[in-house]
Design a protein around this ligand. Structure first.
Ligand SMILES: Nc1ncnc2c1ncn2[C@@H]1O[C@H](COP(=O)(O)OP(=O)(O)OP(=O)(O)O)[C@@H](O)[C@H]1O
Ligand SMILES: [Mg+2]
Length: 483
């Protein structure tokens, strides 16, 4: 970058310990007192001299090349050179070269830095960097270890929190200290190093032994130092995940218990429903039929002139009829007998017919031939049937649709049930916020069968077009073929 300097400003800027001059091409057009003194001349003796005079003949070419690069590319450069002084002979200095405009012309600003001063600056910077690295190294809450041939070459303070060893106790020792047995140490080492020959970094979960003999489970991340795969120097960071693992295990146990409980609950509800349906069908149904027959007989005994009584009898008979119909529908809703007697497809066909009749919606059913040949378990048929039932209820309650497509497909051991409508679509934000149980229940049922269920819009970006769709994927590998 070209800078513009006035001579006065340059004098102010260079009024320090730094020797400075300005070159036009190779000619010195400005020099400060510090440089003149360092070279053993007066300032006026330096002016109009070629810079090369003050540089060792073997280094001159390098300087000229550097000046060329700086003036043509506008880059800064830094080069160490041997400098010739009038009194003290040859000494080394580091020169920095920068472009600038001086007295209205393009020129090069050259700063001369004593190598000794430079080394001091460098050392100071290295010290600062070292302190910074050490502070970062100690502030990290993960145990960090440097290893060479499985021996610890450095470790931070966090190794004490995680493994119970102070860093100084570990340095120089073998990693065997953190394993439970020689065999474990050998086997894990082999595994680790063979992976690290192929990959530069590797992550595992492993349970180590602490100094007090207790276990600590860590997520260990290991990186090879350098690119050579045969170099066995590595850095390992260990994060204590013992608590997290324990909580995860407790969650898994709770989740399993919850699934078992839900399964049991569903089973109980189905059995209760079955019992009530049976009771309604057998007892109430029979009683109503007898009542109807008796009324029918009594009706015959009514004298022709008792027209009023006949009319009331007919009304009562039609009431009994509609009660029988309602009772049958309710019993079928509670437990479709077809599901037990004729299987899933027959029950689905009946359900859809009833749905179409009751709602006036156009329903289309498609299914894979496998549904005719496979005898599904009671648990599978009931849960799939209930998923379909809840999907249809949701369509009536929320979709404002005119058509419903039900598909029951099968591919590579998985049954896929889809129920799609052409209604208003789902407001997903509303679902997330609402405390409703229909969709949760459907998901749970799919989960109980080892499958998954999603409810989404047919067009993800345009909810109003295409309506909503319920998709359930359920594995049936355990089901047995009918023949
Ligand atoms: N086919 C559909 N079309 C449009 N919106 C739907 C459809 N199915 C579900 N929804 C939306 O998803 C919400 C959640 O459905 P979910 O079945 O869980 O609850 P619900 O039907 O409102 O109440 P319930 O707990 O009695 O089933 C509904 O309130 C409705 O806003
Ligand atoms: Mg619902």
């Amino acid at each position: 970058m070209v800078s513009y300097f006035e001579e006065k400003k340059l004098c102010e800027l260079t009024d320090n310990n730094l020797g400075t001059c300005v070159l036009e091409d190779k000619e010195i057009v400005f020099a400060n007192g510090v440089l003149a003194e360092r070279l053993g001349y007066s300032v006026s003796e330096l002016i109009h001299k070629e810079i090369g005079i003050f540089v060792h003949p073997q280094d001159r070419e390098r300087l000229y090349e550097a000046l060329q690069v700086v003036s043509s590319s506008a880059e800064s450069m830094f080069i160490p050179l041997r400098i010739l002084s009038k009194n003290s002979g040859i000494f080394c200095m580091a020169l920095t070269l920068n472009n600038l405009m001086f007295r209205g012309k393009p020129a090069t600003l050259v700063n001369f830095l004593d190598i000794e001063t430079l080394k001091e600056i460098q050392k100071e910077a290295e010290n600062e960097l070292f302190k910074l690295q050490k502070a970062i190294f100690e502030a990290i809450p993960h145990a960090i270890m440097g290893l060479e041939n499985r021996k610890v070459i450095f470790a931070n303070n966090a190794v004490y929190d995680i493994f119970g060893w102070h860093p100084e106790e570990l340095i120089g020792k073998s990693m065997r200290l953190l394993f439970h047995s020689d065999r474990e140490y050998e086997e894990e080492g082999k595994k680790f190093y063979s992976v690290l020959k192929k990959l530069k970094t590797h992550r595992i979960e492993f349970t180590y032994r602490r100094k007090d003999g207790t276990d600590v489970t860590c997520l260990t991340s290991v990186s090879r130092i350098g690119d050579d795969p045969d170099n066995m120097r590595i850095v390992a960071t260990h994060t204590d995940i013992t608590r997290m693992k324990k909580i995860q295990h407790e969650c898994d146990v709770l989740h399993d218990q919850l699934c078992m409980y839900t399964d049991h609950l569903h089973d109980m509800v189905e059995r209760e429903r079955s019992m009530i349906a049976q009771e309604m069908h057998d007892k109430i149904g029979q009683t109503l039929t007898i009542l109807k027959m008796n009324l029918f007989k009594l009706k015959k005994d009514i004298a022709p002139q008792e027209e009023d009584i006949r009319k009331r009898f007919e009304l009562t008979l039609s009431l009994v009829d509609s009660t029988i119909r309602s009772m049958r529908n309710l019993a079928a809703y509670l437990r479709p007998i077809l599901l037990d007697d004729l299987g899933l497809i027959a029950a689905v066909e009946w359900l859809l017919e009833e749905f179409q009749y009751a709602t006036g919606l156009d329903v289309e059913l498609n299914y894979h031939p496998i549904f005719k040949h496979v005898e599904f378990s009671k648990k599978f048929s009931t849960n799939l049937y209930r998923i379909l039932q809840e999907s249809l209820t949701n369509i009536v309650r929320h979709a404002n649709a005119t058509k419903v497509w039900v598909k029951m497909h099968y591919k590579r051991g998985t049954v896929m049930l889809t129920v799609r409508d052409n209604g208003c679509g789902i407001n997903t934000k509303k679902i997330d916020k609402s405390r409703t149980f229909g969709i949760i229940g459907m998901k749970e049922r799919a989960n109980l069968l080892g499958g998954k269920l999603w409810v989404r819009n047919w067009h993800a970006s345009a909810p109003g077009i295409g309506g909503a769709i319920v998709v359930a994927h359920i594995p049936i590998s355990k089901e047995k073929e009918r023949q």
